[in-house]
Design a protein around this ligand. Structure first.
Ligand code: T4K
Length: 393
């Protein structure tokens, strides 16, 4: 095994694949205790004790009055858009996971795309107002890679035009702005608590909000339209089955105990990556504004092919050959997905989003990643660049 902190050694091929992430699993013995409790009570789903306890702990951690746990982040998005009774057009970003856009279209709404900001990769507030029409009912902004949107500017626009503001915070659990949890902003936020996320319940999602009036519709939407608290036989709304099981809620309760420690480990990894990669010509790593406490969910690098002499795909392929499986999140843009052929926005181009999407690469980052592994990944990237430089000479 090559020694730590040696930049000049030749990169080696990992024996085991290194993926973009690896779920942090709770202590198995502790999970067995939770399982034994579930077994003894005999309630495994449908709003049992674990789920209620989980939701209450989530509201404490996020410092928000209402949290509704569901089966996944996508279900959370669909429920949020329905609970807010949106109509017509929703302004959003093309630089996101398809789930964001699918949730809009599956709700019978029309996505209207806005270009992104070159540094945060989030929707650019300066370009939103030109897109607002009489049919606009909301802005659905995404805190991409856990980096906060410009929440102040977005709130101003939403307030001025009296439209709803929803955050897809799928990546952002644990991120803070001026010490405030990321879920404090807008009318509603959703989180994904999928296994690939900083905080997870294996599969799961959360809708969080401050306004009490959304609590009942959200709980009905996840339970076929039944109200969980009443003995009513009637069904008041057409809901789906988005209920989170007791087994998933129990994972969430255990993972919540270690979330801050995990974010701290991720910070150390981010700093190591930054110290190694920031010196490479043509490789850009975003930093964060001073008032932001990031969750370090993803480690995106932006490759400038002119300055570095290599493309994003050159780096991606060379990493793969060394058994490192980085991801091109988010390429292609949602406006280029074939499922959207025939939609008015299909193939619509966005200057900045296209540039970011074509040049971005998310590197592995997760608490179990070792510093030796980070050093090797950085060596692979730097050797890809040096090989291209010597080839050009
Ligand atoms: N909004 C946004 C902005 C989102 O990014 C997402 C999901 C959603 C909404 C919807 O939330 P969910 O409904 O998913 O809760 C992954 C995740 O599945 C997805 O949750 C996430 N965003 C998206 C950005 O990434 P894939 O297809 O890239 O995942 P996959 O299975 O390739 O996993 C990535 C790597 O992680 C694998 O190469 C290996 C490793 N891995 C993964 C799993 C599941 C493991 O080592 N163990 C595992 O159990 O979508």
């Amino acid at each position: 095994m090559p020694s730590l902190n040696n930049d000049r050694i030749a990169p080696y091929v990992f024996k085991r694949p290194i993926y973009v992430t690896k779920p942090q699993l709770p202590d198995l013995d502790q999970y067995m205790v939770a399982l034994s409790d579930i077994w003894s009570v005999g309630q495994v789903t449908n709003s049992g004790h674990q789920l209620r306890h989980y939701e209450s702990k989530i509201t404490d951690y996020l410092n928000i009055p209402h949290a509704c746990a569901v089966v996944n982040g996508h279900a959370a998005l669909e429920s949020a858009l329905r609970a807010l009774k949106l109509t017509g057009e929703v302004i959003t970003t093309p630089f996101t996971f398809p789930s964001t856009i699918h949730a809009i279209t599956l709700n019978g709404l029309q996505p209207v795309f806005c270009d992104i900001d070159a540094e945060s990769y989030n929707i650019d507030p300066a370009k939103i107002e030109a897109l607002i029409t009489k049919d606009t009912s909301a802005i659905l902004a995404v805190h991409v890679f856990g980096t906060p949107c410009n929440v102040e500017a977005l709130q101003k626009i939403a307030g001025k035009h009296q439209i709803k503001l929803i955050y897809d915070a799928a990546h952002a659990f644990g991120t803070r702005i001026n010490g405030n949890g990321i879920g404090q902003f807008g009318d509603m936020s959703i989180f994904s608590t999928h296994a690939t996320k900083v905080f997870h319940t294996i599969e799961g999602g959360l809708v969080i909000h401050k306004d009490e009036k959304y609590a009942r519709p959200l709980s009905q939407l996840r339970n076929f339209g039944y109200s969980e608290k009443s003995s009513d036989d009637d069904v008041e709304c057409i809901g789906a089955n988005y209920k989170m099981s007791e087994l998933h809620a129990a994972i969430g309760l255990l993972n919540l105990n270690t979330i801050d420690e995990q974010i701290c480990t991720r910070k150390g990894l981010f700093e190591l990556f930054y110290s190694k990669l920031n010196k490479l010509e043509g490789i850009h790593i975003r930093t964060y504004c001073e008032n932001v406490t990031p969750n370090y969910a993803y480690l995106p690098i932006l490759v400038d092919p002119q300055a570095s002499g290599v493309t994003r795909d050159d780096i991606y392929n060379n990493l793969s050959q060394h058994n490192v499986h980085a991801r091109k999140y988010f390429y292609p843009l949602c406006t280029q997905l074939s499922c959207y052929q025939g939609f008015p926005f299909y193939q619509q181009t966005f200057h900045i989003a296209a540039k970011v999407s074509n040049n971005i690469l998310c590197l592995p980052i997760y608490p179990a990643l070792g510093h030796n592994e980070v050093n090797n990944i950085c060596n692979i990237i730097s050797s890809t660049i040096s090989a291209s430089v010597s080839h050009q000479k």
